[in-house]
Design a protein around this ligand. Structure first.
Ligand SMILES: Cc1cc2nc3c(=O)[nH]c(=O)nc-3n(C[C@H](O)[C@H](O)[C@H](O)COP(=O)(O)O)c2cc1C
Length: 359
């Protein structure tokens, strides 16, 4: 089976969740014996369709543009058994790069009018690949893909036309350490979907269920952290990519948000099987005590003091939040005695590894 996998994300490796999902799908397809070529649309020159219908009249089946679509991609598309359209969900549909590609496949159809199931359509000029639609979205509800799915089914829904649809909401969570296990299952299921598509031209309901499962238990709490992340980006004048690269964390403005962020930022694999109780005593903007208990790679948080803390950090709340957001240097502030610690100093040194935004 020949597969052309088209990635239309404008983001590059490491940042693109479309690419992350596509890589796993493609691995599964190759496992099952398919010959898969991956095309990064952002590297290609594809002009907009100008609606001249030259490809329907003067040169049937051939576009008048002389660009990467005419010379390379369109022939490869028609020569494939399957094409994967991999796109980030933009404004609830495919992004512009993919739409431009799709509009430029007009030479694949003929101008004549044909009725199918009571609806007017155009016939295909010749063999056309089956389509696999793969998309990722920022919002958590699966229903964000309703419009895209309705459109894909309408356009490609003829017999054998739309082979599979793989949609992953809340995809920006995939690289976060605290969902490591779930993300691993989702990506493995995506790989499995690739195998199934090649072997049976469909994805089983079990595999689909594993791909679309909830990645976090509490969407609302997660989105609250998302809001704090955006607020921190705005305050610090950084993009989300720079936020990730600098290992920054969202800046909380309450004890509850602080505890939620520490739970999310905890890296279970960062420091072996560490067991520790870390206590905070906050003064200033937000006052109060809370503590975190780490055992067997899990973290739990509680309001109030701990019975036997291994480390107690006494600090103005705003100072610690500045340290977490990367605005202040934790070591420097310690040397300047802007905050104090009691207990295991070694644990303090390991904290930046234990709590980081990314896996
Ligand atoms: C211009 C633009 C429009 C977007 N529109 C939506 C949307 O309608 N619904 C949604 O859930 N996410 C939306 N998002 C979020 C992306 O779908 C999400 O960040 C996705 O992970 C991006 O994929 P990528 O990492 O491959 O670029 C949008 C992002 C951008 C930049």
């Amino acid at each position: 089976m020949k597969v052309l996998a088209i990635n239309s994300s404008a983001r590059t490796d490491g940042q693109s969740k479309t690419k992350l999902m596509l890589d796993h799908l493609v691995e599964g397809m190759r496992d099952a014996g398919a010959d898969v070529e991956v095309v990064e649309l952002r590297k290609k020159k594809i002009n907009n369709c100008i609606g001249c219908f030259t490809c329907w009249t003067k040169t049937p089946g051939v576009c008048l543009h002389n660009d990467d679509m005419t010379t390379e991609l369109f022939p490869k598309f028609l020569g494939s058994d399957l094409a994967v359209f991999a796109t980030p969900l933009y404004h609830f549909t495919v992004n512009a790069q993919l739409k431009t590609f799709i509009e430029r496949t007009l030479p694949a159809i003929e101008p004549f009018f044909k009725e199918r199931h009571g609806k007017t359509t155009h016939p295909l000029r010749g063999p056309h690949p089956g389509i696999v639609m793969l998309s990722v979205a920022g919002f958590p509800e699966y229903s964000v893909f309703d419009q895209l799915s309705a459109w894909a089914n309408f356009v490609y829904g003829r017999e054998g036309g739309l082979v599979a649809e793989i949609y992953r909401p809340l995809a920006e969570a995939l690289p976060l350490a605290f969902v490591n296990e779930k993300a691993g299952e989702i990506l493995e299921a995506t790989r499995q979907a690739g195998r199934e598509i090649v072997l049976s031209l469909k994805v089983s309901p079990e595999t689909m269920q594993r791909i679309t499962q909830d990645i976090v238990e509490d969407h609302r709490a997660f989105l609250r952290i998302g809001d704090l992340m955006w607020k921190t980006c705005i305050d610090q004048g950084v993009t989300p990519k720079e936020f990730d690269e600098k290992g920054m964390m969202p800046r909380p403005d309450s004890l509850e948000d602080f505890m939620a962020i520490m739970n999310i930022a905890f890296n279970p694999g960062a420091d072996g099987n560490i067991s520790a109780v870390i206590q905070y005593r906050f003064t200033g903007e937000v006052q109060g005590e809370c503590h975190f208990r780490i055992t067997d790679g899990r973290i739990s948080s509680s309001n109030g003091p701990a019975e036997k803390p291994d480390l107690t950090i006494s600090t103005p709340f705003e100072l610690w939040m500045d340290i977490m957001a990367g605005k202040a240097d934790g070591q420097q502030m310690f040397l300047e005695q802007k905050y104090t610690v009691e207990g295991d100093l070694n644990l303090l040194m390991r904290m930046s590894r234990l709590f980081g935004a990314q896996s």
